[in-house]
Design a protein. Structure first.
Length: 400
């Protein structure tokens, strides 16, 4: 019914590193050519945890968007915008807050987890409790179907689905709903209407997913239905009211665990990162000083790649031949660790070269970034406003 929109956001809480590139951005670049994509800077979400360090947020926004562009995110394909410049997100968040049960929010696992993890911060705030609801508003306002996120965000997507379902249940039934639904069915034409009724009954009675799918297919193919009829029929098929907000799905990024300089997952909190646009000298130095298999104290000691963080990086950056060379050389003490590290250094630098190139024009002329975001925000506001009109009407706030 709605375009297969993809939406994802990132909080501007620090410079991006190669873990973000491999875990998130590479995937965004792929998706942008397959779906209409919206990618945004979640600066309000950053405020929920950084409300006492606001200076970093503005500066990080600009830098982060340059990192996206450097990675190949393309503003002529995807819409890039900043959450706080699309105030409709806040309006939807407010309206959803009227009907979002407090217990649902308290139950979201990240609520307690993050409070414990970031125990140096006072996160007993109204805004932090509402974090998943703001995220639900981000997603639902674009009727996005696919939300590329990591494993840790799945509960937030599930929460968004529940909020959408509750919203549609509460507000999706207009007065005279059954009658109107029957009118809409008739507009399918007698043959299709008969099939639609059969499939609907079958799904309602037996929960047969095949019937649901077939019914959806039938509606998707039906020409010359108005948007209103279409929405009503999709909702009616499932036994609910009109679908005003669409249930999104998590699009799990296949877990490519990017190792950091110490072999743990690359993460800012472990201080083991290589920045996305780190300069070559610094990359070289970081990799040269990486720890290796502790058993290789001297050049003649044999080692075991399985115990070495450098090997983890070979798995990301080297081809089979280089890996064989490194592995055999390590186990036989045929090569030294500095030698072994060189192809990894080369691999990282090779990956970063086009990033530096792409970033340069934005560094030279920051108004380019400003313009990209202005365009993106404008587009986002238009799309968001379409949904808000339906939401306001459904909640008795419309003027139509
Ligand atoms: N909570 C997400 C994170 O920490 C960021 C985010 C905010 C987001 N709103 C979103 C992601 C909407 C996907 C969709 O990574
Ligand atoms: Fe690690 Fe390579 Fe040294 Fe072996 S030779 S310990 S794999 S850096």
């Amino acid at each position: 019914m709605f375009a297969d929109r993809v939406l994802s956001g990132m909080r501007p809480t620090g410079a991006l590193h190669l873990g973000h590139y491999h875990g998130v951005l590479k995937n965004w670049v792929k998706l942008q050519s397959e779906f209409p994509c919206l990618f945004f800077v979640a600066d309000w979400h950053a405020l929920t945890t950084h409300y006492d360090e606001v200076a970093v947020i503005g500066a990080n926004t600009q830098e982060m968007v340059i990192d996206w562009l450097a990675s190949g995110v393309d503003p002529s394909q995807a819409t890039l915008f900043v959450q706080s410049r699309v105030p409709q997100h806040a309006e939807l968040h407010l309206l959803l807050s009227m009907m979002a049960p407090l217990s649902w929010l308290e139950r979201v696992p990240t609520y307690k987890d993050q409070q414990e993890k970031l125990s140096e911060k006072d996160l007993t705030t109204y805004g932090f409790l509402g974090y998943p609801l703001l995220q639900a508003a981000d997603i639902l306002i674009y009727r996005a179907i696919h939300v590329p996120v990591g494993e840790d965000q799945v509960p937030h997507i599930e929460f968004s689905r529940e909020v959408a379902r509750r919203f549609n249940h509460l507000y999706g039934k207009e007065p005279g709903y059954e009658l109107k639904a029957e009118e809409s069915v008739k507009k399918l034409g007698s043959k299709r209407a008969k099939l639609y009724r059969e499939l609907r009954d079958k799904y309602q009675e037996t929960g047969d997913d095949g019937a649901l799918e077939a019914g959806r297919g039938l509606l998707a193919d039906a020409q010359n239905l108005s948007m209103g009829d279409r929405e009503r029929l999709f909702g009616h098929l499932e036994g609910g009211g009109k679908i005003i907000l669409v249930e999104p799905e998590a699009l799990l990024t296949q877990s490519s665990r990017m190792p950091g300089l110490d072999g743990q997952k690359m993460s800012k909190s472990y201080h083991n990162t290589i920045a996305l646009r780190e300069d070559a000298k610094s990359v070289e130095k970081k990799i040269r000083t990486m720890p290796t298999d502790p058993a290789r104290v001297r050049r003649n000691d044999v080692g075991d790649p399985a115990k070495c963080p450098v090997w983890q990086l070979h798995l990301v950056y080297s081809d089979d031949k280089t890996r064989e060379w490194a592995s055999a050389g390590c186990k036989s003490a045929g090569i030294g660790c500095i030698e072994c590290k060189q192809p990894v250094i080369d691999g990282v630098l090779r990956e970063q070269t086009p990033m530096h190139e792409r970033a340069q024009k934005y560094l030279d002329d920051p108004t380019l970034v400003k313009n990209i975001l202005e365009d993106g925000c404008e587009k986002a506001r238009k799309l968001a406003e379409e949904t808000m009109r339906d939401v306001r009407n459904a909640m008795g706030l419309g003027n139509e």
